[in-house]
Design a protein. Structure first.
Length: 141
């Protein structure tokens, strides 16, 4: 998880919490390496406009600069991971538009041969959906 990656990064001595060390950590722990400029962007900070002393998530005066869609990323402690996810998801052809999930069910439709779509005809957890998609993409008729 990206949160675990940033826990490792935060355990480095402050002088070693550099963009180049972030690049190395991402490369060593994921299949989606980032560039030095991307690492610099992830580590960029700004004043927390929602700062609240003692709040579990808003208690930092400086937070990661989110840029576009910042209003949808409500947990500043997760911003670096969200930025990393946005960068790597672009390489996977995915869209990462918010930093949170809702409990609203998402309807997913499938089309294609019956052998490939039959496992999608039920209510399932999102991880099951991913596994079904992987099986359908890797299956032979």
């Amino acid at each position: 998880a990206y949160s675990d990656l940033f826990k490792k990064f935060d355990k480095l001595p402050e002088a070693k919490q550099t963009p180049s060390n972030l690049v190395a950590l991402v490369k060593a722990n994921t299949g989606f390496p980032i560039t030095l400029n991307e690492a610099k962007r992830i580590l960029e900070t700004e004043e927390n406009q929602y700062y609240q002393e003692g709040h579990y998530s808003l208690d930092k005066k400086q937070v990661t600069k989110m840029g576009v869609n910042s209003a949808f990323y409500v947990y500043p402690k997760r911003h670096r991971g969200a930025l990393l996810a946005r960068i790597t998801s672009a390489r996977m052809g995915l869209v990462w538009a918010t930093g949170t999930h809702t409990s609203t069910p998402v309807l997913v439709f499938s089309a294609g041969p019956k052998w490939a779509t039959k496992s999608f005809k039920k209510i399932m957890h999102h991880t099951q959906l991913a596994q079904s998609a992987i099986k359908a993409l890797n299956a032979d008729e």
